[in-house]
Design a protein around this ligand. Structure first.
Ligand code: FPP
Ligand code: MG
Length: 419
């Protein structure tokens, strides 16, 4: 998909000076997923999805034609036809995903807390494990998962409903994310997250690490309850990616080329894999075929990469108050993210600083200044924007619906967020 010439040109432009590298790394990022996708997937039958008492099952008649060849092309054609048909449902020009999914999301943190609490009677473990589910988060992952689930249900069956197992995936996604943040806060020794003391600032490190494991264990039980091997494999891949991404972050590479490749692979594993595989899981639960699951995965992968690029950018431009966590934190942790890597092209004096992980007095301040003097921030935003364009391209191959439009709106939120 990324082999075509037009896209290579986009990446070349995006990377400004690191074009060949980015195109190559795109392929690298793809590799892990393709290996997984090549395994023969056997999708569950839609009528077997009644795993939850409240599961809303879509009509059987809607199953027809879900594996037609040339599927996404066909869907795009249908999508444009639909907009021209007299009497077809008027679609809102712009949708607010938070409003659109209000009912789906309003109890999501409560439901996660309940799931965690019912699996332990140890009050302190309950408190630590539920601490990051207080509702201060953006709920980006559940929102994207549910939007995609609904967009796919509409795409395949013209149904405006959400399956209970798909909502479970949204919860699982947020739980894996929070478990990783808990571990991350211990590793980074951070004091503050989402404007509150971070979990490790309030409780003993050993207990905090175990609470992170506990969340992951409960999420694993929820995955098992979905009784779908392909979904289990897809969501388990996320955890291996997260650990490897975090592990990669602890190391540095010698050459500029290697460094950018390392950074992008790390970014995919640390951030994009969770979003990509979660949306893919919701599509698999709807009975999507391999080609459609791939479109969905690519949407999530691009949104995830854009999200992290913007996060890395905000670390240089946003105030700690807005972010709810300290700024220039990455440099202080010794991390060279996209803005620094781009800045390096103009200011090679950053190279030795990167190698010593900004440890010498004055390194953090000097690197911060050079990033601002360079085009690094603009180039990072440009790259993020290109990932958003790619995400929109994938979303637009789905049948038009408010949820499909919501998927596009998400890319704007990701690109223009201030925190
Ligand atoms: C935040 O990064 C951290 C992550 C996105 C993933 C961290 C992953 C692990 C610690 C591996 C273990 C995973 C599990 C599931 C137990 P950041 O430090 O760049 O962002 P921040 O500024 O929000 O802290
Ligand atoms: Mg951190």
């Amino acid at each position: 998909m990324f082999g075509d010439r037009r896209l290579t040109t986009v990446w070349t432009m995006a990377c400004i000076g690191s074009g060949r590298l980015c195109a190559r790394v795109e392929k690298l990022c793809q590799l892990g997923h393709n290996l997984q996708a090549r395994r023969k997937a056997s999708f569950v039958k839609f009528k077997e999805l009644n795993l939850h008492q409240n599961a809303r099952i879509l009509p059987e008649s809607c199953q027809a034609g879900r594996r037609a060849p040339g599927y996404s092309r066909h869907c795009r054609a249908i999508s444009s036809m639909r907009t021209q048909q007299p009497g077809s449902q008027p679609q809102p020009q712009s949708v607010d995903p938070y409003v659109l999914l209000y009912d789906d999301l309003k109890h999501i943190y409560e439901d996660i807390r309940e799931e965690l609490q019912k699996n332990t009677k140890i009050p302190e473990l309950q408190s630590i494990a539920t601490y990051y589910f207080g509702g201060q988060g953006k709920a980006l992952r559940p929102m994207v998962a549910i939007l995609m689930a609904r967009a796919i249900n509409y795409h395949l069956y013209k149904e405006n409903s959400l399956l209970a197992p798909q909502r479970q995936v949204a919860m699982i996604s947020e739980m894996i994310h929070s478990a990783s943040l808990i571990h991350d806060d211990v590793i980074d020794q951070s004091d503050i997250r989402r404007g509150k003391p971070s979990v490790n600032a309030l409780w003993n490190h050993k207990k905090v690490a175990m609470a992170g494991d506990f969340i992951l264990a409960v999420a694993s039980m929820m995955i098992a309850r979905l009784r779908n091997n392909d979904v289990t494999l897809t969501l388990s891949q996320v955890v291996t990616d997260l650990v490897q991404g975090e592990f990669m972050q602890l190391g540095s590479k010698e050459t500029e080329n290697e460094r950018f490749a390392h950074y992008l692979t790390k970014t995919y594993r640390k951030t994009a894999s969770l979003i990509a595989n979660s949306v893919k899981a919701t599509a698999m639960l709807a009975g999507a075929d391999d080609a459609l699951a791939e479109v969905v995965f690519q949407y999530g992968r691009n949104v995830g990469l854009a999200f992290q690029l913007v996060d890395d950018l905000l670390d240089f431009v946003s105030s700690s108050d807005a972010m709810g966590k300290p700024t220039a934190a990455d440099l202080k942790l010794g991390l060279a993210t996209a803005p620094v890597l781009f800045a390096c092209e103009k200011y090679p004096e950053l190279n030795p600083m990167i190698m010593r992980r900004f440890q010498e007095p004055g390194d953090v301040e000097r690197a911060f200044e050079l990033v601002h003097k360079s085009q690094g921030l603009e180039q990072t935003r440009f790259l993020a924007r290109n990932h958003c364009i790619e995400a929109v391209r994938h979303a637009s191959s789905l049948v038009e619906s408010p949820y499909q439009k919501g998927l596009t709106v998400i890319t704007d939120l990701v690109l223009n967020r201030m925190k």
